[in-house]
Design a protein around this ligand. Structure first.
Ligand SMILES: [Zn+2]
Length: 131
Protein backbone atom coordinates (compact mmCIF):
# COMPACT_ATOMS: atom_id res chain seq x y z
CA UNK A 1 0.00 0.00 0.00
CA UNK A 2 1.21 3.48 -0.78
CA UNK A 3 2.62 5.38 2.19
CA UNK A 4 0.23 8.32 1.99
CA UNK A 5 -2.78 6.45 0.71
CA UNK A 6 -6.18 7.68 1.80
CA UNK A 7 -7.41 4.06 2.02
CA UNK A 8 -5.74 3.60 5.41
CA UNK A 9 -7.45 5.36 8.31
CA UNK A 10 -4.80 4.51 10.88
CA UNK A 11 -3.37 7.79 12.12
CA UNK A 12 -5.02 9.82 9.40
CA UNK A 13 -7.19 12.88 9.89
CA UNK A 14 -10.75 12.82 8.60
CA UNK A 15 -10.83 14.60 5.25
CA UNK A 16 -14.12 16.43 5.87
CA UNK A 17 -14.42 19.79 7.57
CA UNK A 18 -12.03 22.68 7.94
CA UNK A 19 -8.38 22.16 8.80
CA UNK A 20 -8.12 25.38 10.86
CA UNK A 21 -9.74 24.15 14.10
CA UNK A 22 -7.38 21.16 14.06
CA UNK A 23 -4.37 23.42 13.62
CA UNK A 24 -5.55 25.70 16.42
CA UNK A 25 -5.89 22.67 18.74
CA UNK A 26 -2.28 21.79 17.95
CA UNK A 27 -1.15 25.32 18.78
CA UNK A 28 -3.01 25.02 22.11
CA UNK A 29 -1.05 21.79 22.76
CA UNK A 30 -4.22 19.69 22.63
CA UNK A 31 -4.95 16.65 20.53
CA UNK A 32 -5.90 17.97 17.05
CA UNK A 33 -8.43 15.16 16.64
CA UNK A 34 -10.52 15.48 19.83
CA UNK A 35 -9.24 18.71 21.49
CA UNK A 36 -9.42 17.01 24.90
CA UNK A 37 -6.24 15.03 25.41
CA UNK A 38 -2.81 16.56 25.84
CA UNK A 39 -0.45 16.46 22.85
CA UNK A 40 2.80 16.49 24.88
CA UNK A 41 3.86 14.55 27.97
CA UNK A 42 6.75 16.95 28.64
CA UNK A 43 8.10 20.17 27.13
CA UNK A 44 8.50 18.83 23.57
CA UNK A 45 7.92 15.07 23.95
CA UNK A 46 4.64 14.05 22.28
CA UNK A 47 2.40 11.48 23.89
CA UNK A 48 2.33 8.07 22.24
CA UNK A 49 -1.49 7.99 22.20
CA UNK A 50 -4.13 10.57 23.07
CA UNK A 51 -5.58 9.83 26.51
CA UNK A 52 -9.08 10.70 25.30
CA UNK A 53 -9.47 9.38 21.74
CA UNK A 54 -6.44 7.00 21.53
CA UNK A 55 -5.18 8.72 18.37
CA UNK A 56 -1.60 7.58 17.76
CA UNK A 57 0.84 10.53 17.89
CA UNK A 58 4.10 8.62 18.18
CA UNK A 59 4.48 8.43 14.42
CA UNK A 60 4.05 12.16 13.76
CA UNK A 61 7.49 13.75 13.52
CA UNK A 62 7.78 17.48 12.94
CA UNK A 63 11.61 17.42 12.93
CA UNK A 64 13.13 20.91 12.55
CA UNK A 65 10.14 22.85 11.22
CA UNK A 66 8.96 24.01 14.69
CA UNK A 67 12.44 25.29 15.53
CA UNK A 68 12.62 27.26 12.30
CA UNK A 69 9.16 28.71 12.88
CA UNK A 70 9.99 29.68 16.48
CA UNK A 71 13.24 31.34 15.38
CA UNK A 72 11.41 33.22 12.62
CA UNK A 73 8.88 34.56 15.11
CA UNK A 74 11.63 35.48 17.59
CA UNK A 75 13.67 37.23 14.91
CA UNK A 76 10.76 39.33 13.69
CA UNK A 77 9.69 40.37 17.19
CA UNK A 78 13.28 41.07 18.24
CA UNK A 79 13.96 43.23 15.18
CA UNK A 80 10.79 45.22 15.83
CA UNK A 81 11.83 45.82 19.44
CA UNK A 82 15.37 46.69 18.39
CA UNK A 83 14.14 49.10 15.73
CA UNK A 84 11.90 50.87 18.26
CA UNK A 85 14.49 51.10 21.05
CA UNK A 86 17.42 51.94 18.78
CA UNK A 87 15.91 55.34 18.01
CA UNK A 88 14.12 55.94 21.33
CA UNK A 89 16.83 55.33 23.93
CA UNK A 90 20.40 56.30 24.64
CA UNK A 91 21.07 52.79 25.86
CA UNK A 92 24.54 51.51 24.88
CA UNK A 93 24.55 48.91 22.13
CA UNK A 94 25.98 46.17 24.36
CA UNK A 95 23.09 46.63 26.81
CA UNK A 96 20.43 46.65 24.12
CA UNK A 97 21.97 43.60 22.45
CA UNK A 98 22.12 41.72 25.74
CA UNK A 99 18.48 42.46 26.50
CA UNK A 100 17.40 41.48 22.99
CA UNK A 101 19.30 38.18 23.23
CA UNK A 102 17.40 37.31 26.41
CA UNK A 103 14.10 38.34 24.81
CA UNK A 104 14.82 36.31 21.65
CA UNK A 105 15.72 33.24 23.70
CA UNK A 106 12.56 33.57 25.79
CA UNK A 107 10.39 33.94 22.67
CA UNK A 108 11.97 30.83 21.13
CA UNK A 109 11.36 28.80 24.30
CA UNK A 110 7.77 30.00 24.55
CA UNK A 111 6.96 29.57 20.84
CA UNK A 112 8.56 26.15 20.35
CA UNK A 113 5.85 23.89 21.87
CA UNK A 114 2.93 25.62 20.09
CA UNK A 115 4.86 25.50 16.80
CA UNK A 116 5.53 21.80 17.28
CA UNK A 117 1.83 21.26 18.02
CA UNK A 118 0.96 23.23 14.89
CA UNK A 119 3.28 21.23 12.64
CA UNK A 120 2.16 17.92 14.17
CA UNK A 121 -1.44 18.93 13.41
CA UNK A 122 -0.51 19.87 9.82
CA UNK A 123 1.34 16.59 9.28
CA UNK A 124 -1.52 14.59 10.76
CA UNK A 125 -4.21 16.52 8.84
CA UNK A 126 -2.35 16.04 5.56
CA UNK A 127 -1.85 12.33 6.27
CA UNK A 128 1.92 12.35 5.95
CA UNK A 129 2.82 10.42 9.13
CA UNK A 130 5.59 7.81 9.30
CA UNK A 131 3.19 4.84 9.49
ZN1 LIG B 1 -7.50 12.93 21.14
Amino acid sequence: MEKNSTNSNFGKAPQNGSIWPRLWRGIKLRCPKCAQGKLFRSYLKPVEHCSNCTQHWGNVRADLAPAWAAMTIAAHVTVLIWHFFFWQTDMPNWQLTSILCVIATAICLIALPPMKGLFMAIIWAKGTTDS
